[in-house]
Design a protein around this ligand. Structure first.
Ligand code: ADP
Length: 483
């Protein structure tokens, strides 16, 4: 089958890799080829960084009237709105996620660009009172060339989350999308050109993490690194950037608890727990992959959960009625299946799933059944570590303090959910959870304007919200003696 070919996006042009190398991408639902993309080299990384540096130095971006820069970001948002359906289909095809979810992702992307478009002319310093005849003020200046290394689970959304504030602050960008899911990022670069961005402001280099990702993070002319991915790779990346001491944000893994109290509105909590665990087939760092249910509610809650899980419709994301798509790749299926086996071996009771679907229509795709474990030992790897697949671990509790202790018993601290009608109790629990984001009676949800951040090994720094834009600026203090 003929598939479309896509080049690297450097200085406003589509170019082949300097080595001529390409990689084939496959539909996760069938493993048939869907596209061929250039696979860059270290030389290509250097060319992209140089293009971004030239665009930064030319002042045609950072020197623009900030409201005009904001206007261009807004126009990029508009380009995305105009191609909403095409982009959602592309994301669904490349990742395997249900179209309904991909539409949510693309809507989030244009809202990110619109939110940061509005901030472009509101990045300002302050005047600080100091003793004597002196004036003290701060400036906020763009960093320069910002590098963005994105994962495959929410490709365009998680890339745009860093790119939009970086651009708003006047930086120029090099993006490395995940090897498996570059299609919407490649499209974004073309849309930026169509929106009127100067060439070299937004560059995209595809390729492997080991070569292209590492070369980008290590490049001497890159001024910051924004990484979203696994905790293990994040730690490695931090070692790479340590040599150059550049600002770095890491958004890493999670093992995110959802606590369901006895007085929770059962059906609402059920919907949230299901969405939290199985949205994007559980392939998300903020997946609510452990649920703690009060013992009074547990029998009916877990039975309803089980019932909904076994009747969940699996299939290719592009089919409208599908509730859960395939995992991103065969390799990832192998990783998730081995975790499930490990959970079984460590004594966890399986309440649902635990294998691959028998439906012959799904045989060629990367499908794994939504899986529910009960009472895994707290030490089991599946209970503690991120599995990044459709695997939910459940426990019941009598005493709320025990539930909170179990919720916090993980190396991560990204998100947590609380389900109760007792709102003052909910706020008290929120204070004792070790997580960067807590949701009450809603999960999993976040907005461009609310902080996205992890505690413990879930990350470093903050994305989204107004503060994210500050990360992409240097503060400079200017002290003047007026005498
Ligand atoms: P996953 O591929 O499971 O999402 P990773 O953390 O391995 O998680 O990958 C996230 C992003 O980091 C991807 O774009 C990947 O190619 C890139 N990457 C992987 N290894 C490295 C590395 N050593 N240095 C820089 N980037 C890397």
């Amino acid at each position: 089958m003929e598939v479309a070919e896509h080049g690297l996006q450097i200085a406003g042009r589509s170019v082949p890799a300097s080595s001529g190398a390409t990689i084939d991408l496959h539909d996760p639902a069938t493993n048939r080829p869907i596209a061929r993309v250039a696979s860059g080299t270290r030389e290509d990384v250097s060319a992209a960084v140089e293009a971004a540096r030239t665009a930064f130095d030319s002042k045609g971006w950072r020197g623009l009237d900030p409201s005009k820069r904001g206007r261009l970001l807004w126009l990029l948002g508009q380009q995305i709105r105009d191609r909403f359906d095409e982009l959602a289909r592309l994301e669904s095809l490349n990742v395997g996620k249900p179209l309904r979810e991909a539409r949510g992702d693309i809507a989030y992307v244009y809202k990110l660009f619109e939110y940061y478009a509005g901030l472009a002319d509101k990045i300002q310093g302050e005047t600080i009172p100091v003793p004597g005849e002196r004036l003290d003020y701060t400036l906020r200046e763009p960093l320069g060339v910002t590098a963005h290394i994105a994962p495959w689970n929410y490709p365009l959304l998680l890339a745009s989350r860093g790119i939009a504030p970086a651009l708003a602050a006047g930086n120029t960008v090099v993006l490395k999308p995940a090897t498996l899911t570059p299609l919407t990022s490649i499209r974004l670069a073309g849309l930026a050109v169509a929106a009127g961005f100067p060439s070299g402001v937004l560059n995209v280099v595809m390729g492997s993490g080991k070569d292209v990702g590492e070369a980008l993070a290590a490049h001497p002319d890159v001024d910051s690194v924004t990484f979203t991915g696994s905790t293990e790779t994040g730690k490695q990346l931090l070692r790479t950037v340590a040599d150059r001491v550049v600002p770095t944000t890491l958004e890493l893994g999670g093992k995110n608890p959802q606590i369901v109290l006895a007085d929770a509105r059962r059906d609402r909590a059920l919907r949230g727990v299901l969405a939290g665990a199985f949205q994007n087939a559980g392939q998300m760092c903020w997946a609510g992959s452990k649920v703690l249910v009060h013992e009074d509610l547990a029998p009916t809650f877990l039975a309803a959960l089980q019932e909904q899980m076994v009747s969940m419709r699996l299939g290719p994301g592009l089919r409208e009625d599908v509730q859960m798509g395939p995992l991103v790749s065969k390799d990832h299926v192998a990783r998730v299946m081995s975790a499930i086996e490990e959970g079984r071996a460590s004594g966890g009771r399986l309440l649902a799933g635990g294998g691959r679907p028998e439906d012959p229509n799904l045989r060629d795709g990367n499908f794994v059944l939504p899986t529910l474990f009960e009472d895994l030992s707290a030490e089991s790897r599946v209970a503690r570590e991120e599995i990044f697949g459709p695997v939910l671990c459940s426990w019941t509790f009598r005493d709320l303090d025990d539930a909170i202790e179990r919720a916090n018993d993980t190396p991560y601290g990204l998100a947590a959910g609380i389900w109760t009608q007792d709102i003052s109790k909910a706020h008290t629990i929120a204070r004792s959870l070790q997580a960067g984001m807590v949701s009450i009676n809603e999960f999993p949800i976040t907005f461009p304007q609310t902080p996205f951040l992890g505690w413990k090994q879930s990350g470093l720094g903050q994305e989204q919200g107004m503060d994210a834009v500050l990360f992409y600026t240097h503060a400079k203090n200017v002290l003047v003696n007026l005498e």
